[in-house]
Every structure is written in structure tokens, then in C-alpha cells.
Design a protein around this ligand. Structure first.
Ligand SMILES: [Mn+2]
Length: 308
């Protein structure tokens, strides 16, 4: 059996790619199964309820000896289910800058800098002259819209736009669908803020410091640093301890307004992130708003330079 999967606790892009690519592999006559490990976020839950069709199975534990794997939306062995042996991975699709494909010695890789991995999977359908089912089309379209913040993030390119337009034809969605999707992922409150932040947390070690960027991409982002300020402080502190992080920042992107809010809880993080963001105005416990969408992956290389 070929298992198709993304990273632990996948986002909508990872889920959509797993579902759709296993469908394509099946259409091409090979048995394949979409699986995931970990937990799912609000966005995935929304599309799952919208379609009432979720052809992907939660897996935990060992796989049979002859199992093979295809990874989508991930190319880092540290981010996948530890039961998956890197040498059993036969194919990888990812759209990240930092990749670790050399660790997967038997994998054919497609790593392309597009806004969403779903774009790469849609291009596979086109290449094989296949059309996704309505269900797979809804997942793929939703993944591109979500990953590119409705085609607004700086890494969105023409391939994402073309892929989304092509797949939307098979998805037959209501005209307010994108608003529904963004509203669903914005239902953050005191009960789920910590989970949402830990689910979209990127940890990277730069110059011996473990750095965490906790991200939310939702509507009305200012609410998180005002109404939910105490919960935000607590969540960042809890994550810092749990993950043994040296520097931590909250990065909130407002998907409607197109701006970004940063928030820190300690002096050292403020100082380093201020340098990376080229601002004088980042102070602990005070939100800093920047009037454009800033992506996490554009901050990481700047941190490297800021930490000399
Ligand atoms: Mn992705």
C-alpha cells in the first residue's frame, strides 16, 4: 500500500493534497490511501463539514513492512509521523524554501516555489489529463485560497491563480464560500487560542537560539491582541516553556485588512525581532501593526542576519 500524508497535525493544504493526490493515484490504477497524524484545525473542520466527505484516515502506530509513502506539503523528516522511515518515501511534493530532501534517498521530489502545495497537485491532475472529483476540487481550491490569503500573500504567483481557477470549475461553490471559510478559521476564543497557536507554530534554531513564531491568519486580528490579550500572553508563555524556546513572537495576519500584527512577551525577543523587522517600535506586551501582509518565511532569513 502507498500512504499519502503531510506533516503532523496538518493544515488545510496538507489535508487537501493528501486527499486529492491519493485520488489521482487511484485513478491511475494504483492503490493509495490518504492518512494523517495529530490534530486538525478549524479550517479543516469547516471544509470537512461543508463537504460532509473526508476521505482520509487518522493513523497512529506502526505500518506494515512493505508500506511506501508519498509526502505532500512537507519535506522535513522531523515534521512527519516518526513511524514513517525516510527511506520508504518514494515521492515528495513541497513548496517551501528550506527542504531536507537529501534525507529521503529513494524519493522523487517536486519542490516548487508556489503559494500552495495544492497548486502542485492540481498541476499533476492536468499533466495526467485527469479531473478531480467535486470533493477533491473543494479541498484543493480551499487550500489555495487559504494558503495565499485569497491570492494576497507576496508568494502567490500565476500558477496558483491558474490552478485555483481551473479547479474551481469542478468545485461548484457558493459565491460567498471564501468569506465562509475565513469566518470559520477566525473563530478563535479563550478555549482554542492556545491550540490554534501551537498548531501553527514554526520552531527553528538559529545561531544556538531556539526561535518560535506562532502565527494566525484570520479576520479581525486586532481582537487577539486586545480582547484576548491575557490569553495570548499566557499561550505564548506556555508554548515558550513547553517547547523550551528562547525567543518567541506572535504574528497575526488579518486576511481581510491585509495587515500584520506582532506581539512579544519579553525584552530579548523584542530586540531581536525588531532588528529583523527593521523597526524601532517593537516592545514587549504592546502590539505592533504593520500595514501589509508579512510572511513568516520571509522573517526567518532576516533573523539569521539580525542575530550576529
Ligand atoms: Mn502548504
Amino acid at each position: 500500500m502507498i500512504y499519502i500524508t503531510a506533516y503532523n497535525s496538518p493544515d488545510l493544504d496538507g489535508i487537501a493534497c493528501s486527499i486529492a493526490y491519493s485520488e489521482l493515484i487511484n485513478k491511475l490504477g494504483k492503490p493509495a490511501k490518504a492518512i494523517y497524524s495529530g490534530d486538525l484545525g478549524l479550517e479543516v473542520e469547516f471544509v470537512k463539514n461543508f463537504t460532509n466527505n473526508f476521505p482520509i484516515e487518522k493513523r497512529a502506530g506502526l505500518f506494515e513492512g512493505d508500506a511506501q509513502f508519498i509526502l505532500v506539503d512537507v519535506s522535513n523528516p522531523d515534521d512527519i509521523d516518526p513511524n514513517i522511515k525516510p527511506e520508504k518515501v518514494i515521492e515528495i511534493f513541497d513548496h517551501r524554501e528550506l527542504v531536507f530532501t537529501e534525507k529521503f534517498i529513494n524519493a522523487q521530489t517536486t519542490i516548487e516555489r508556489v503559494g500552495s502545495c495544492a497548486t502542485l497537485i492540481i498541476e499533476q491532475f492536468k499533466e495526467h489529463n485527469q479531473t478531480p472529483s467535486q470533493n477533491a476540487a473543494v479541498y484543493l481550491y480551499s487550500a489555495i485560497v487559504s494558503n495565499t490569503t485569497n491570492f494576497k500573500t507576496p508568494d502567490t504567483n500565476q500558477r496558483d491563480i491558474d490552478a485555483a481557477e481551473w479547479v474551481r470549475g469542478s468545485a461548484s461553490l457558493p459565491s460567498d464560500y471564501v468569506n465562509q471559510l475565513f469566518a470559520a478559521k477566525s473563530k478563535i476564543d479563550t478555549t482554542n487560542l492556545y491550540f490554534a497557536l501551537s498548531q501553527d507554530l514554526k520552531i527553528q534554531t538559529i545561531k544556538d537560539k531556539k526561535i518560535g513564531i506562532a502565527q494566525l491568519e484570520i479576520t479581525n486580528i486586532e481582537r487577539i491582541t486586545t480582547d484576548l490579550k491575557n490569553e495570548l500572553e499566557n499561550a505564548l508563555f506556555k508554548i515558550k516553556i513547553a517547547e523550551q524556546i528562547d525567543l518567541i513572537i506572535f504574528q497575526g495576519v488579518d486576511v481581510i485588512e491585509g495587515n500584520t500584527i506582532f506581539y512579544t512577551i519579553d525584552e530579548e525577543s523584542s530586540t531581536i525581532f525588531a532588528k529583523a523587522l527593521e523597526t524601532q517600535d517593537l516592545r514587549p506586551h504592546a502590539p505592533l501593526k504593520i500595514n501589509k501582509i508579512i510572511l513568516r518565511k520571509s522573517i526567518l532569513p532576516k533573523l539569521d542576519r539580525a542575530m550576529i
